[in-house]
Design a protein around this ligand. Sequence first.
Ligand SMILES: [Zn+2]
Ligand SMILES: [Zn+2]
Ligand SMILES: [Zn+2]
Ligand SMILES: [Zn+2]
Length: 110
Amino acid sequence: MSVCEVCWSSEARYECGICKRRVCPAHYNSEKGVCAICYENLCNICGTKIAVDSCIICGRLVCRDCSVELQPGIRVCRECYANIDRILREEPRLSYVSRFLRGNKKVDRN
Ligand SMILES: [Zn+2]
Ligand SMILES: [Zn+2]
Ligand SMILES: [Zn+2]
Ligand SMILES: [Zn+2]
């Protein structure tokens, strides 16, 4: 028998669709087909990819595909990015974000 690679005690019955770890039922999310570790790190937007960072505006975990990197290590999710002008206008505490926008091409909205 193979042992769960998360708890190292129960029998592994599933394979994570992302990291390929073998895990026990307690450490497997059957809805997403991923292990408990990957599940904790899933992108909060698409819910299928591992997040690389969190959005500096809404704080949600985001993967590369669902975010825009304004500066190295500074990411904004696509949803916040699409409304960033309004968000920065309404949230004065986020005004510092605008300096990361310089040099970034804005999304075209007609
Ligand atoms: Zn386990
Ligand atoms: Zn995994
Ligand atoms: Zn995503
Ligand atoms: Zn966001």
